[in-house]
Design a protein around this ligand. Sequence first.
Ligand code: TXA
Ligand code: MG
Length: 305
Amino acid sequence: MSNVQIANEAGITAAVAALRRGQLIGLPTETVYGLAADITHDAALSEIFRVKGRPSNHPLIVHIADIAQLDDVASYVSPACRALVDHCWPGPLTVVVPAAPHVSRVATGGLDTVAVRLPSSRAAQEVIARLGNAVAAPSANRFGHVSPTTAQHVAHDLGDDVAIVLDDGPCELGVESTIVDCTKQQPEILRPGSITPEAVRRILAAAKIELASGVSGPSRASGMLARHYAPLATLVLHEQQAIVPQDGSPVVDCATDPITAAHDLYANLRHLDALGHRVVHVIMPRAEGVGFALRDRLKKAATAL
Ligand code: TXA
Ligand code: MG
């Protein structure tokens, strides 16, 4: 597809130019591909909501290229937040912090808090650093559907609604970042990811800070809606036992090797949808390591409308 460009020098230069013009790009990261706009272009930010079909009060994640940029977008960085970003950035951690006054309220969905992440993807860092501004980017899929983990997924879903899709190959991790709300006295995990609850708890404990128990509570994180990340097929979830479906429908094993299962999950679901399967069986991983995040995504993908 013509708007896919390899994330080499020429591709990155073209992507930065498109962002400067106020256009949207498909941005590779280590988690999933993002649909990115320059944070200083309100019209481009609004376009993200239109293209995704996402309600305008669902905030976006602001991506930065340098840890020091956190202090530009946050009005306050708590000791807990500092400890988390010092350990986990660059990487698949998003922190929710009080927003500095100049941060676009289009990006924050009208909130006075902002979600911030420093991706480890070199291509993403390069684009943001050369642009000189942060970029706001949700996952580059239509609202509620399966996230994209290749440039081809983005091109397939969004077509000409995105000026350029930078192709940096399949995403390294395959599940969206861990989101930690650092605006409260006790930090709270809003969405699990590759950075596990155990890891978050350990980092905070070293700083003598307690993590709020459990994951969630009501929030503006769209990944927290009951049905999200959903394929067309109905997912049937099984707890670790091997199964042989009588109707010949496919089985996705997420138990044997959860890290590889996470890497491949969204590509597998898209592929099985493309083949026209109505029912897909899934063997669930244990609730440990990335298995915790995988279980969260699978349960949301399986919830009937
Ligand atoms: O790995 C990721 O986080 C990917 C890549 C592209 O960086 N992005 C991603 O974005 O998953 P998205 O928009 O699909 O999910 C972002 C989540 C949403 O559920 C959103 O509601 C939540 O972050 N969020 C953003 N700002 C927030 C805030 N101020 N308070 C609470 N939740 C927030
Ligand atoms: Mg998403």
